[in-house]
Design a binder for this molecule. Structure first.
Ligand SMILES: [Zn+2]
Ligand SMILES: [Zn+2]
Length: 573
């Protein structure tokens, strides 16, 4: 059993215990355990296999340790099954919908007899939910919106889930003899935030051997189709993966064709027709002679059309083809341009790495600076920092900086923006920090005018430098808050504040379209991983992916600046 599955069991137990009216401390212990387990850097099962005592993990007590061991050993938990049996069937499914807490789920099940998501949707549409006492039309509509959002995402999975799966497959096949060019195409290569079916392709001296190895991978649940040079398979999570192998000489057009996007390829094809050329996955054909030219790589393919090579992330027919023709494509930001991270949590709040561990991990990535931005106290979660502890952390940071390890830690905070736009820590305190990022974590259901005014008030606050995850969305799980992005961008540009691209794969907030608008209208962007563990500094690549989709050059990002330039930007405080 994987950590996330174990965490899910404990989370559901917490919900059910809460409905039963159990001791709140017990409920909280289960929630906390779920959070800790979900964020562990390595599988619980491995720890058990190594004979480690799970109680050595902070926050895991004897009861949770035993139950985790039972889950790993048997895939089941007796206490959980007993608990579930005490509730109406189907109620537990309702808890997975954002906006439905334990109490609401219980009421829907007992008062309306709702036992499935489909039944709930029906009751929402015909007004029975809204008619419940203390429920109301607004809540009902919110729930309906969440259900519909989840349904639309059904066949697509977040890139943060897909990329590691694909990299595992590529790593297994790449070492085979005579294999070259093995890569993912499609929306994964273009770094869309969610991906559907996955297309893999490459070239090999012996394509049959690669296809056979692919079809025999342990991750694969079912082989849907298989030929001498291609195969389609289904993975455990229902993800379909297609592999195509071609000759080395024909790889460029294949990769180009299957990378898309559809819109980009249509525009390219229309343009090629005017040149008397026809495009396909096999190459470029001269229409007058019907002669096929083949291309070993994409550069040669685009060159034949009179174009510079176009980075996959911007192949969306949004002006990239004209610029490629004129030699004017922007130099998109790359991993090597990133000189630091502006959003990181340590074990002073709910992170799991020490300040030193974070500093060393940042140095290993070649960073010049790292902003430590633990949560402020008002969030009510996980040791938010009050004035006293913030001062203590500041001293600890100064000590590390004094050791001169080559990375400058910036003393910061992720301060909660309250429902009215005021901040959750005293201004005098914020003024003494190196950097402040502000974000909304509650009252996300506010209407657009209130939410926008709230964020703009924070932008106008002289102590705030960056607005983190501006819409609060969680991909596939929570819709973005209603924010007038245009007004937020204008306010940020006017006040010289940065807007974050949060690199957590389930956030990616701001998203690509908004981020492009932001820098086009003169607002600065800042990448932050929101790492809660030193290992998660590596999530930066997801932020870079969004930034590239947003046409960002290094100059559009605060992270592209040197330490001295960043300190100059922060000078006003
Ligand atoms: Zn946050
Ligand atoms: Zn955060």
């Amino acid at each position: 059993m994987q950590n996330d599955e174990i965490a899910k069991v404990f989370l559901e137990m917490a919900d059910l215990l809460e409905i039963k009216g159990e001791n709140p401390f017990k409920v909280r212990a289960y929630r906390r355990a779920a959070q800790i387990i979900d964020h562990l850097p390595d599988p619980i099962a491995d720890r058990i296999a190594r004979g480690e005592d799970l109680q050595e993990i902070p926050g895991i007590g004897e009861a949770i340790a035993k139950k985790s061991a039972e889950l790993v050993a048997t895939g089941k938990l007796a206490a959980y099954e007993d608990l579930k049996a005490q509730f109406p069937a189907g109620m537990i499914r309702l808890l997975e919908i954002q906006g439905i807490g334990p109490k609401t789920a219980h009421r829907l099940a007992t008062e309306l007899g709702i036992d499935s998501v489909a039944a709930l949707e029906q009751a929402l549409v015909d007004g029975r939910v809204a008619a419940l006492p203390r429920m109301g039309e607004k809540t009902a509509q919110n729930i309906l919106r969440q259900i519909q959002a989840c349904k639309g995402q059904d066949r697509r999975i977040p890139i943060g889930e897909a990329l590691p799966i694909v990299e595992e497959i590529l790593a297994a096949l790449s070492p085979l003899p005579g294999v070259r060019n093995l890569t993912a195409a499609g929306s994964l290569r273009r770094f869309r935030e969610t991906v559907g079916d996955i297309d893999l392709m490459g070239t090999a001296d012996d394509p049959g051997a690669v296809v056979a190895a692919f079809a025999g991978l342990p991750q694969i649940r079912e082989v849907l189709a298989r030929g001498p040079t291609k195969a389609s398979v289904l993975l455990d999570k229902g993800l379909q993966v297609d592999l195509r192998m071609v000759e080395h000489q024909a790889f460029g057009s294949l990769l180009q064709h299957f990378t898309g996007s559809r819109e980009h390829n249509i525009a390219l094809r229309t343009r090629a027709q005017r040149q008397g050329l026809s495009l396909s996955e096999y190459g470029i054909t001269r229409i007058d002679t019907n002669q096929l030219e083949r291309f070993p790589d994409e550069e040669a393919f685009y060159r034949r059309l009179g174009l510079d090579w176009i980075p996959p992330e911007i192949r969306e027919d949004q002006g990239e083809i004209d610029l490629a023709e004129a030699g004017g494509l922007p130099r998109l930001v790359e991993e090597r341009d990133i000189r630091g991270d502006f959003h990181v949590h340590s074990d002073w709040s709910d992170g799991r790495s020490t300040l030193s561990e974070l500093a060393l991990a940042a140095r290993a990535r070649g960073y010049e600076y790292l902003a430590v931005t633990d949560h402020s106290v008002g969030l009510g979660i996980a040791h938010g920092l009050n004035a006293e502890r913030l001062a203590g952390q500041r001293q600890a940071i100064e000590k590390i900086n004094a050791r001169g390890i080559g990375v400058r830690l910036l003393a910061g905070v992720e301060v909660d923006i309250r429902a009215d736009g005021t901040l959750d820590l005293p201004e005098g305190l914020l003024a003494g920090l190196d950097i402040v990022i502000g974000s909304v974590h509650s009252s996300l259901q506010q209407d657009e005018s209130r939410m926008t005014a709230r964020l703009i008030r924070a932008v106008e606050n002289p102590h705030v430098d960056i607005i983190a995850h501006p819409t609060g969305r969680l991909i596939g799980r929570r819709e973005p808050a209603a924010v007038d992005i245009g007004r937020l961008i204008r306010a940020a540009a006017d006040h010289g504040k940065a807007l974050e691209i949060n690199a957590m794969p389930d956030r990616l907030d701001m998203k690509d379209l908004h981020a492009r608008r932001a820098h086009e209208q003169g607002a600065l962007l800042a990448l932050g991983t929101d790492a809660h563990h030193a290992d998660q500094l590596g999530l930066m690549r997801f932020g870079i992916g969004v930034a590239r989709r947003a046409w960002c050059t290094p100059g559009h990002l605060l992270n592209g600046r040197s330490l001295a330039e960043v300190l100059a930007f922060l000078q006003h405080r």
